[in-house]
Write a protein that binds this ligand. Structure first.
Ligand code: SF4
Ligand code: SF4
Length: 441
């Protein structure tokens, strides 16, 4: 195994901006097969402010790691895909990339979902990932900004992924972007931001579009980029918490087959044979035709945004996908489109419109400035599963003393997965099937 891959694997690095795919595997399987390495700095979830601030502060570290990964992959070109509105970060980047002959910027418009890998690759290179495909199929690899910073820490400082920058926004007194230990309990994080400004609230791990409702005792994982606090009665919360019975009933009774969900869908616009309205029709009439198209849905939520009947087609797609997987059915769609749809350029959804449609305008003006000192907490609860792949096995037991960066769980060499490390100094007070808890006292 190459030294760089060994270090990335040992440090427990997973994709920091998405599903948490183990980074060593992504890079190792793309070596020599790609010509373009893309740094995803689009940060297109409304209200989150992590990547744009991290990129501005840790520019040299991120560029240096990008160069090393690019050399390992054997690419010709490294492209940083960043929204043109992140002017401060762009200014710093423009100065710093001059020292590299193969790193360039690609400025994106402020639309959603500019950070979706399929969309980003098409914007930057003009290439179209086939249905059900991967970036490597079109000669690309994509990593997020925070993943790159984690790679720098692993290869230059031998530091594993033990911290995570997180924006805490919405109904908190003092919105901030903080660097906190992996496993920080969310209620402790909210306390650091002065507490909530409403009595009854919901917490979303991630942004308003793709984030999931969690509870106060849940924790920051390697993938958590934002904690969004909203009033319990907020439309975004209602959309995310509606029951399966309710949204299926609504689709069956109110879907008028207008096709708006299809026309706005970023995957349809890339030319994929994926028509969201047909899945809703099949579900309504309880027929199997078109259902497997749900495998092509990236769950971006734009269809929920556009539906004139206020239905939630994304949720139907998620459910259909889960049922198909349970039945052992796999994606069989793999067409490679020659061209994007002619309407693609006109259907880019400006982020401002999403914000106003989802009643989030009042939170937009609040800054969430980055504080660089790593916050201290007396207890962390580190989940064993915070990534795609197998669960690692704990190598510590209750009563063990650990120091930051010590290995606490390890993945078998032959399994896809990742190690985890102690994120604070302290004593192990609980080890179970789901978590390892460390306490300072
Ligand atoms: S946008 Fe709504 S009403 Fe129109 S086809 Fe899609 S789910 Fe049905
Ligand atoms: S969530 Fe909706 S808009 Fe997004 S990919 Fe799926 S069907 Fe398309």
């Amino acid at each position: 195994m190459d030294e760089i891959i060994y270090r990335i694997k040992s440090a427990g690095i997973v994709g920091a901006g998405g599903a948490g795919f183990p980074t060593y595997f992504k890079l190792e399987s793309a070596k020599g097969k790609v010509d373009t390495y893309i740094i995803n700095a689009a940060e297109c979830e409304p209200l989150l402010k992590v990547d744009q601030q991290i990129l501005k502060v840790y520019t040299e570290e991120i560029l240096s790691a990008a160069k090393k990964v690019g050399d390992y992959l054997g690419v010709k070109k490294i492209v940083i895909g960043i929204k043109e509105k992140y002017k401060d970060a762009i200014e710093v980047l423009e100065k710093s990339i001059k020292q590299y002959n193969n790193i360039e910027l690609y400025l994106l418009e402020n639309f959603y979902p500019a950070g979706d890998e399929f969309t980003l690759i098409n914007e930057v290179t003009g290439r179209i990932i086939p249905e059900g495909g991967l970036p490597v199929n079109v000669g690309c690899v994509v990593n997020n900004v925070v993943t790159l910073l984690n790679i720098y820490n692993a290869i230059e400082k031998n530091i594993s992924v033990i911290t995570r920058p997180v924006s805490i926004v919405g109904e908190v007194k003092d919105p901030k972007t903080l660097i906190v230990p992996v496993g920080t309990i969310i209620k402790d994080l909210i306390k650091l931001c002065g507490g909530t400004t409403v009595e009854h609230f919901a917490i979303i791990d991630g942004g308003p579009m793709m984030g999931k409702v969690v509870c106060e005792d849940d924790v920051v994982t390697k993938r958590t980029s934002g904690i969004l606090v909203l009033p319990l009665e907020h439309p975004v919360v209602i959309m995310k918490t509606v029951s399966e019975h309710q949204y299926l009933y609504q689709i069956k009774s109110a879907c008028e087959q207008c096709q708006d969900c299809t026309e706005i869908c970023p995957r349809y616009l890339l030319g994929h044979e994926f028509e969201c309205h047909k899945i809703q029709r099949s579900v309504s009439y309880q027929i199997d035709e078109f259902l497997t198209q749900a495998f092509l849905c990236c769950e971006c939520g734009l269809c929920d945004w556009v539906c004139p009947m206020y239905l939630l087609p994304r949720k139907t797609n998620q459910l259909v996908k889960q049922i198909l997987i349970k039945k052992g059915i796999k994606n069989s769609h793999n067409k490679k489109p020659d061209n994007v749809r002619a309407t693609k350029e006109y259907r880019k959804v400006p982020v401002e419109r999403l914000i106003s449609r989802f009643n989030l305008t009042e939170y937009l003006s609040k800054e969430a400035p980055l504080e660089l000192d790593v916050k201290e907490f007396s207890v962390v609860k580190i989940p064993l599963v915070q990534h795609i792949g197998a669960k690692p096995v704990s190598v510590v037991k209750v009563g063990d003393e650990v120091k930051k960066n010590d290995l606490i769980s390890v993945i078998d060499d032959y399994k896809l997965g990742t190690n985890h490390h102690a994120s604070i100094d302290g004593k192990i007070i609980l080890v179970n099937d789901e978590h390892i808890v460390i306490s300072k006292n």
